[in-house]
Design a protein around this ligand. Structure first.
Ligand SMILES: CC(=O)NC[C@H]1N[C@@H](C)[C@@H](O)[C@@H](O)[C@@H]1O
Length: 449
């Protein structure tokens, strides 16, 4: 029997010996899911992407539909106006639990698992408890602030999805809002300062959050601990980390416990502009929200080509893309979100060879003489060059020199003629290949620089 590995001890020196497992380096693309009570109202003003809206306005016009409870606590927000008009001023947010629990009885998790697999995703991260405190699994840990209950899903949504996702051959990760819990702190957040002062720091909450993470690890052995927005100082994360790594050797932990060790950083609606040695994962919604927002239209949602180029850019710089889907309460997914997943999946089916299992090259990017963008990845003895937004016909990549006799192919397909020119290397690209998204060229042997 496998001895219970005691490799890690609850101190940062021991934990810093942890390395990121290959599966997470190879995976490149995961699906984030924000699903919960906020999926019932599914309403937020599409005010803009995080980072592009002045923070003095952000909380009042919060584009994150999963922040609905906080938004309706701000009486001069568009969300409060919508809430009064739609449900009435005295409709308590937690009453959405009835509709959520009633509607998700029909949900078939295997439909999500096959959809995400077809999209090319290699892992999934589901919200188990967001800031509103509602748990998507029937936790046995009592919430001292909610003796009346109504804060735990009777259906084991976490377990059902974990089983289906693993059945489809994908890794399963779990998101937990460690830093905020609006059943412990009911004051509204209108400024960044409020974010800090409303983060519960009592011993009672620290024990609650620690018990939740330990229950999740014991029940589901998640491959990712995706903690969000900080962690209570009394929460003893180093003990949690050591016990987790000893129980789940292939596990990874993100940087949002805000402590001195993590396996990867998590820029949100952001990405790095150069290769970083530390593993990172960029997360964002398809539009401006993580929770389903019924008022978002095509003008708020990233275009298919831009989504594919986003993934290629992130991978060329040592990142993963964690792309969020916001399902409806019954588990169905809106047409526009399905459309984007299918576009990405179709491109990856033909051009994924240079993405999955690749690593960054000596440099992430180049230009063509026509001003086009190029991104590079390396895999085995092949260099992959992705020509973003390119036209067909001859395309010259500046500063790229191939060894004589190198073979160039469209990713996994037909060979491509090339020649050395004064500026670099000119490739003869066939017309409209692929239909949408960057052309992926595999070049063997990979040039040294
Ligand atoms: C930077 C940060 O802590 N963001 C918190 C933010 N994370 C997103 C993935 C969503 O869960 C938001 O609702 C949450 O506030």
């Amino acid at each position: 029997p496998a001895a219970f590995a005691q490799k890690y001890s609850p101190d940062w020196t021991s934990l810093k010996a942890h390395t990121v497992p290959n599966w997470f380096e190879d995976a490149k693309f995961g699906i984030f899911i924000h699903w919960g009570l906020y999926s019932v109202p599914a309403w937020a003003p599409p005010s803009g992407e995080l980072g592009k809206v002045d923070m003095s306005r952000w909380f009042y016009q919060n584009a994150y539909a999963e922040w609905y409870l906080n938004s309706i606590r701000l009486k001069d927000s568009p969300s409060y106006k919508h809430h009064v008009e739609t449900y009435g001023a005295d409709f308590d947010y937690y009453r959405f639990g009835q509709a959520f629990e009633q509607q998700n009885r029909a949900w078939k998790p295997q439909n999500w698992a096959s959809l995400f697999k077809d999209a090319g995703a290699r892992y999934v991260v589901l919200t188990t408890k967001h800031h509103d405190g509602y748990t998507l699994w029937p936790s046995k840990v009592p919430n001292p602030k909610r003796p009346q209950g109504g804060i735990n899903s009777p259906r084991d949504l976490v377990g059902d999805l974990t089983k289906a996702v693993r059945g489809a051959g994908l890794h399963m990760g779990l998101y937990y809002s460690g830093g905020l819990d609006w059943t412990f702190e009911t004051r509204p957040i209108a400024t960044m300062g409020d974010l800090r002062t409303t983060a519960p720091q009592t011993e009672e909450y620290a024990r609650y959050a620690d018990a939740h993470w330990r229950e999740l690890i014991r029940l589901y052995q998640p491959s990712v601990l995706w903690n969000d927005i900080g962690y209570p100082k009394l929460g003893k994360p180093e003990a949690l980390f050591a016990d987790y790594y000893n129980a789940v050797p292939e596990g990874v932990i993100n940087n949002r416990f805000s402590v001195e060790y993590s396996d990867f950083t998590t820029p949100e609606y952001a990405k790095y502009d150069k290769i970083t040695p530390k593993k990172w994962e960029s997360c964002r919604g398809l539009g401006f929200s993580f929770g389903y927002n019924q008022v978002e239209g095509p003008e708020h949602v990233i275009a298919p080509e831009a989504l594919i180029e986003l993934l290629v850019d992130i991978v060329s710089k040592n990142g993963n893309l964690l792309l969020n889907i916001g399902p409806k309460p019954d588990g169905t997914i809106s047409e526009i979100q399905l459309n984007r997943l299918n576009a990405l999946g179709a491109w990856l089916k033909t051009n994924g060879d240079g993405i999955f299992g690749s690593r960054p090259w000596v440099r992430p990017s180049a230009k063509t003489t026509a001003g086009g963008d190029v991104r590079f990845t390396k895999k085995g003895d092949a260099l992959y060059a992705f020509l973003l937004g390119r036209a067909a016909g001859p395309s010259t990549v500046v500063g790229l020199t191939l060894a004589p006799g190198s073979t160039v192919r469209l990713s996994g397909g037909r060979s491509v003629a090339w020649k050395k020119t004064g500026d670099g290397t000119t490739f003869e690209l066939p017309a409209n290949s692929p239909a949408a998204g960057p052309v992926a060229l595999s070049i063997t042997p990979a040039p040294a620089a």
